[in-house]
Design a protein around this ligand. Structure first.
Ligand SMILES: Nc1ncnc2c1ncn2[C@@H]1O[C@H](COP(=O)(O)OP(=O)(O)OP(=O)(O)O)[C@@H](O)[C@H]1O
Ligand SMILES: [Mg+2]
Length: 292
């Protein structure tokens, strides 16, 4: 656990919560609200949470609850029609309102993101190795050492033929390979925080399990914190120590995964759990509570 001011000196258990004062963490979100104009319901309503160095925090909720919009707000990637209020601080520095150049510098190496659909996140016209190399921010390094770093990263995310993968275009790879290539891009600069938005939802179950295991190992190796978005409780509990539950743009419950899964406090969480145990929750499905 960290306390104010000892962030750089105290050992941090990578997977557990730091119930630390807000400024001691990597990221502090306060009273964050997002809407897309009067004709729409607010997408995010007054949420707050922190992420400590190395912390694995899951964000679950049904389709449309505001998970992706939250992630995009942290990354400064919301479209122009989004109205954002509140505060998002990165190591104590306010990010809302920061200029594009500074935001993209931060995104490039300190805070990165893995999206759900690798085919849209990867450039179809560029070989995978070059895309990872472009993400790589090495200063004063030669082309051959950059190439070496790219191949090592592809190997680290479990791609068994990293040279062949590097020379392939995205469409020449399987879905699982493409998702791992995206993970390589997100992790190649050893970021402090990786935001994963449903990174395995598009994959079949066995590939999903393998990709999650690799993600778990690589996050550990890099020492990165992770905000892991999913509608799947089982997936979140595989990667995260802590969890937040989102419904209609609000956070209804949060805490250690074990506690939330064994003693859910909010009726919505209980519903989500029951549905997951019965395997009833499909992406896009809405859970109706008894009081609705
Ligand atoms: N560009 C936009 N313009 C208007 N409304 C938007 C826009 N992007 C998102 N929304 C709305 O914001 C709300 C939250 O969407 P969001 O994509 O964050 O949901 P989600 O929890 O990620 O769902 P899913 O599990 O399906 O990915 C939804 O009502 C959505 O329609
Ligand atoms: Mg989403």
């Amino acid at each position: 656990m960290t306390t104010a001011g000892d962030e750089t000196t105290s050992p941090v258990d990578r997977r557990t919560t730091a119930a630390s004062p807000r400024e001691a963490g990597l990221l502090a979100v306060d009273h964050l609200s997002i809407d897309f104009g009067r004709r729409h319901r607010p997408a995010v309503r007054d949420i707050g949470f922190t992420i400590a160095p190395g912390q694995r925090l899951g964000l679950i909720g049904e389709s449309g609850s505001g998970k992706s919009v939250t992630a995009l707000a942290l990354m400064g990637l919301l479209p122009d029609n989004a109205h954002v209020s509140g505060s998002v601080r990165w190591r104590g520095r306010e990010l809302l309102g920061l200029g594009d150049r500074e935001m993209s510098r931060l995104r490039g190496d300190q805070m990165t993101m893995v999206f759900q659909e690798p085919m849209t996140a990867l450039d179809p016209t560029m070989k995978v190795g070059r895309q990872v190399a472009e993400a790589l921010r090495l200063h004063n390094s030669s082309a051959s050492s950059a190439r070496q770093a790219v191949v090592e990263m592809l190997e680290q995310v479990g791609l068994t033929e990293p040279h062949r993968v590097a020379e392939s275009y995205p469409h020449q790879l399987s879905g699982g390979q493409r998702q791992r290539a995206l993970m390589a891009m997100a992790l190649v600069n050893s970021p402090d925080l990786v935001i994963c938005d449903e990174p395995t939802t598009a994959l079949d179950v066995t590939v999903q399990a393998r990709v999650l295991k690799i993600l778990d190992e690589v996050l550990d190796a890099v020492g990165a914190a992770c905000l892991f978005i999913s509608h799947d409780l089982a997936v979140v509990s595989q990667v995260c120590a802590d969890i937040m539950v989102m419904r209609d743009g609000s956070l209804v419950e949060s805490g250690p995964v074990d506690r939330v899964l064994s003693h859910p406090e909010h009726p919505y969480t209980r519903r989500l759990l029951r549905a997951a145990q019965l395997d009833l929750v499909e992406p896009g499905q809405r859970i109706i509570l008894e009081d609705e």
